[in-house]
Design a protein around this ligand. Structure first.
Ligand SMILES: Nc1nc2c(ncn2[C@@H]2O[C@H](COP(=O)(O)OP(=O)(O)OP(=O)(O)O)[C@@H](O)[C@H]2O)c(=O)[nH]1
Ligand SMILES: [Mg+2]
Ligand SMILES: [Zn+2]
Length: 359
C-alpha cells in the first residue's frame, strides 16, 4: 500500500483516500490518474512521474457504454507489462462523470471527464454569448454529479458586463457566475478561490471561449496553447485537441478540453437540476398534470408568460431540451416505434395535401 508520503503526492493530483476506503493495490501495480487522453492512448500520473499508457482491451471493448471506457480524470490501477509498456488494468469507481451523447444518430455516450467536483461552463461575452447554449450546458452538467460554475470571459472587451451577468443569473438561479478577464490573474482570483485543494474542475465551452487562456492564468504558466478567434463570427479555431489535467498551484486540478461542436444530451439529465426549477414549480399549478404548456386551459406557465414574469424563449428552451432528454433516453424499440409513427403521420399529411391540391 502507499506510504503517507506517496499519498501526499497523489493528493496533489486530486486523490482522496476517504473516497475509496477499501482500495487494495496489488504489489506489482500502482495507483495513478489519467491526466491526458489522446486517440492513440493515455498519459497517467503516479504523483511523481507521468507515463504513456494503454488500456487493457477489456476496459475498452467489454463495457456496456463507451462512457465507461477510461477517460481523463479517472483513477486507475496500472502496471508495467510487455517489455516496459504501461497498461491501465482497472478503473476505480467514479464519484462523478460528465457524459455527453456521441455525435451522430446513435445512443452511444462519451465521457468528457471523470471524478470532477466542478464543471466550469465557459462563455465569451462576445459573439459566443448565448443564453440558450448556457441552458444546454447546465442541462448536460445536471446528470454529472459535478457542481456547475458559470464563467463569462472577455470582460475586458465587453461594454455590457453587468447586463450579461444579470441575464445569466436569471436563467441559472443559485449558480455562481464569474465575469472575468481570463488573461488577468487578479480578475480570476475569486474563481481560483472556489477551487479548493484536492478538488478537480473541468472546463467546457465553445472553441475560442477562453478555456485554455483561463487554464494558463490559473496555472501561472503558458502550458496550454491558445488560439485566436475569427474576426467575422468570433469563433475559435479548435486549438485544443485533447483533454488534459493540470495541477494548479493552489492545490486543485483543472481539466482543459477541446471546444465541443455539439452538445448532445444523454437522457439522464434533470431539468429541475439545470436551473429550470422556475418552470417546473409553475407547472405544479397547471390544471392538468401532464400539461405541455401549449394550448391547455388553466396553464400556469403560459399565464406567467402573459404576465411577463417568464421569458417565452425559456419555455421553448425547456420544452426543446425536455424533448431531447426523453428521446435520448428511450429504448431502441420505443425509438423505432416513434420513428414509424412519425413516418406514418408524415405520409398521412402528404396524402391530405395531395388531395387538397387535386380538389
Ligand atoms: N481580451 C480577452 N481575450 C481573451 C479572454 N479569454 C480568451 N481570450 C482570447 O480568446 C482567444 C481564444 O482563447 P482560447 O483560450 O484559445 O480558447 P479555448 O476555449 O481554449 O478554445 P479551443 O481550444 O479552440 O476550444 C485567444 O486569442 C485568447 O487570448 C479574455 O478574457 N479577454
Ligand atoms: Mg483551448
Ligand atoms: Zn401548463
Amino acid at each position: 500500500m502507499h506510504t503517507p508520503a506517496q499519498l501526499e503526492l497523489l493528493s496533489r493530483i486530486g486523490f482522496c483516500a476517504r473516497r475509496w476506503p477499501d482500495l487494495v493495490i496489488p504489489d506489482d501495480s500502482i495507483l495513478a490518474r489519467i491526466v491526458e487522453q489522446h486517440r492513440s492512448g493515455y498519459v497517467i500520473h503516479d504523483g511523481s512521474d507521468t507515463h504513456v499508457a494503454k488500456s487493457l482491451p477489456r476496459l475498452r471493448h467489454r463495457v456496456e457504454q463507451a462512457s465507461e471506457r477510461p477517460c481523463v480524470g479517472d483513477w486507475c490501477i496500472a502496471a508495467v507489462r510487455h517489455g516496459g509498456e504501461w497498461i491501465i488494468e482497472e478503473l476505480l469507481p467514479r464519484f462523478s462523470t460528465l457524459v455527453r451523447g456521441a455525435a451522430g444518430e446513435t445512443q452511444a455516450r462519451q465521457a468528457i471527464a471523470a471524478n470532477i467536483d466542478h464543471a466550469l461552463i465557459v462563455t465569451g461575452m462576445d459573439r459566443d454569448f448565448n443564453l440558450r447554449r448556457i441552458e444546454r450546458y447546465l442541462t448536460l452538467v445536471s446528470s454529472s454529479d459535478a457542481h456547475p460554475i458559470l464563467v463569462l470571459t472577455k470582460a475586458d472587451k465587453s461594454s455590457e458586463v453587468d447586463e450579461l451577468r444579470v441575464a445569466v443569473e436569471t436563467i441559472a438561479p443559485g449558480t455562481t457566475v464569474h465575469a472575468i478577464n481570463a488573461k488577468s490573474p487578479e480578475s480570476c482570483a475569486a474563481l481560483a478561490a472556489e477551487l479548493l485543494p484536492g478538488q478537480t474542475a473541468v472546463l467546457i465551452g465553445s472553441s475560442g471561449a477562453g478555456k485554455s487562456t483561463l487554464t494558463n492564468t490559473l496555472l501561472g504558466a503558458e502550458l496550454q496553447a491558445t488560439g485566436t478567434t475569427r474576426e467575422r463570427d468570433g469563433r475559435g479555431r479548435h486549438t485544443t485537441v485533447s483533454r488534459a489535467l493540470k495541477p494548479l498551484p493552489g492545490g486543485a486540478c483543472l481539466i482543459d478540453t477541446p471546444g465541443l461542436r455539439e452538445i448532445k444530451l444523454t437522457g439522464d439529465e434533470d431539468l429541475a437540476e439545470a436551473g429550470f426549477d422556475d418552470i417546473e414549480a409553475l407547472a405544479t399549478s397547471c390544471r392538468f398534470r401532464d400539461c405541455k404548456h401549449e394550448k391547455e386551459p388553466g396553464c400556469a406557465v403560459r399565464a406567467a408568460i402573459e404576465a411577463q414574469q417568464l421569458d417565452p424563449a425559456r419555455l421553448s428552451s425547456w420544452s426543446k431540451l425536455g424533448g431531447e432528454i426523453s428521446r435520448a433516453g428511450e429504448s431502441p424499440i420505443a425509438r423505432r416505434e416513434r420513428k414509424q409513427h412519425d413516418a406514418a403521420m408524415a405520409r398521412a399529411l402528404r396524402d391530405v395535401l395531395k388531395k387538397k391540391g387535386r380538389s
